[in-house]
Design a protein around this ligand. Structure first.
Ligand code: NAD
Ligand code: G6P
Ligand code: MN
Length: 442
């Protein structure tokens, strides 16, 4: 098997150490020659890199390792870019969440006005990574999970139509892990699913085991009372109480269409007022993450670097991020794995805009993804998706044209925003907060 060289863009991410440990755990399936980190915040990246250097030396000393803020050094001679940047970091995530709440509107990282604001920051950052890749390693592929993935994916479709970039989200994977637990299966990979939607905005329509037995009835029986909540708590990414409450709220989201299984994020569109009432405008998810995951990961990184050993470390392998290995392997070894990706619709959903970026099952091989057709979708989902895809396309057009008008339209169109007046007040506050990051809007 060929050994691969990868660059992790957003080397300073809180998810980087878990992903490195996961990659090191999968070297038999996906051999690695070199790992590079790239970030535009040198100090933040060094904290993570100094620990990862120790971990790599312990587990796979043959792998070359380098952390840099120089694009040429980072993006030269690589096969894959694994991209998870957060333009504006948690300081801006906090504003994305708190500013809408001041207006009585959902304050969320990827949904509603927060997601729109984050999108306006991310587009430029991700396009720049693609340009670096195309300049220095034109044959490489980018696996992108930088958020808000829906808006970022639409931007890459529109502005970099030939780029070798695959946009993927881990939420369906996490949910499928929960489904597998509910169904008492050993792994989510025992399920074959049909699914359609937009990123953070989709539905499972069919879930079967490998023999073709319908698993939906058992799942429905659980979800109608408990959502995706399960008894035992596990280690990993979605374990904080706020996530548990999200998994429980799925029960109310499911009630809208008991024939399908919903993505958790739909709660922000169906029950925005419940989310606003539950939120603490002084202490949002960004604060939880800064006080929780960021403190823990950076504290452990500092300790490992100082002690020059990872012994006794409480950093966890990001097991469920193994989908990143599956995706890289699909491209590298043409495995034809079936995975949910965010791709241009192009007929996969028959009665939906062919130019929309949709989330559907794809067969992935060395030529990239082949979307699997999901047929016609019902009026309820289709209408919701048309409204939401309109928001996402308007954001990208607003960014490209520097259009105040289009961004106001995007905010007004979002199902989370009550009216055009609130949309305008919000927009003016968001412009003020994002001066450093957004293009100037005229
Ligand atoms: P983080 O803030 O800890 O890390 C992001 C890193 O990106 C920071 O070190 C920052 O300096 C760097 N960065 C910002 N702008 C950059 C630029 N223009 N060029 C290079 N580096 C840049 O964030 P996190 O919480 O670890 O999340 C990282 C990203 O992964 C976010 O976009 C998050 O939304 C995303 N994410 C996506 C999924 C998914 O399902 N798609 C799952 C988890 C996280
Ligand atoms: C899920 C979503 C991601 C999102 C993350 C936020 O995994 O799929 O797109 O970034 O949740 O998690 P956090 O713990 O940072 O709130
Ligand atoms: Mn996601």
């Amino acid at each position: 098997m060929k050994k691969h060289s990868i660059v992790i863009a957003g080397g300073g991410s809180t998810f980087t150490p878990g992903i490195i440990m996961m990659l090191l755990d999968n070297l038999d399936k996906f051999p690695i020659k070199e790992i590079k980190f790239y970030d535009n915040d040198e100090e933040r990246q060094n904290t993570v890199a100094d620990a990862c250097r120790v971990i790599i030396k312990e587990k796979a000393p043959e792998i070359k390792f380098l952390a840099t803020v120089d694009p040429e050094e980072a993006f030269s001679n690589i096969d894959f870019v694994m991209a998870h940047i957060r333009v504006g970091k948690y300081a801006m995530r906090e504003k994305d969440e708190k500013i809408p709440l001041e207006h009585g509107v959902v304050g969320q990282e990827t949904c509603g006005p927060g997601g729109i604001a984050y999108g306006m920051r991310s587009i430029g950052g991700v396009l720049e990574l693609i340009e670096h890749m195309e300049t220095f390693s034109p044959n490489a592929w980018m696996l992108n999970y930088s958020n808000p993935a829906a808006i970022v994916a639409e931007a890459t479709r529109r502005l970099k139509p030939n780029a070798k970039v695959l946009n993927i989200c881990d939420m369906p994977i996490s949910i499928e892990n929960l489904m597998a637990s509910i169904l008492e299966l050993n792994s989510r990979k025992e399920m074959i699913v049909k699914y359609y939607g937009l990123n953070h905005f989709g539905w499972w329509t069919d879930i079967r085991d490998r023999e073709g037995n319908d698993l939906m009835p058992k799942l429905k029986n659980h979800v109608k009372d408990k959502g995706y909540a399960i008894e035992f708590s596990e280690s990993g990414q979605h374990v904080d109480d706020s996530w548990k409450s999200t998994f429980t709220k799925v029960k109310d989201v499911y009630a809208l269409d008991p024939e399908t299984m919903p993505n958790t994020y739909l709660k922000y569109y169906f029950y925005p007022q419940d989310e606003v009432e539950k939120a603490n405008a002084e202490y949002t998810r960004a604060n939880e993450v800064m006080d929780g995951r960021e403190k823990h990961v950076f504290g452990e990184c500092n300790r490992i670097a100082q002690a020059n050993t990872s012994e006794g470390s409480t950093l966890e392998i990001d097991e469920h991020a193994s989908y990143i290995v599956d995706l890289a392997r699909a491209i590298a070894y043409n495995t034809q794995e079936r995975m949910l990706l965010i791709v241009e619709n192009n007929g996969a959903i028959e009665n939906f805009d062919p130019t929309a970026m949709v989330e559907v099952p794809c067969i992935v091989g060395s030529q990239g993804p082949e979307p699997l057709t999901q047929g016609q979708i019902p009026r309820f989902q289709k209408s919701l998706m048309e409204q939401q895809v309109g928001v996402e396309k308007l954001v990208v057009e607003a960014w490209e044209e520097g259009s105040y008008q289009k961004l106001w339209q995007a905010l007004t169109l979002s199902k989370t925003v009550p009216n055009a007046r609130v949309a305008k007040e919000l927009l003016d506050d968001l412009i003020e907060a994002n001066q450093e990051y957004w293009p100037t809007l005229k």
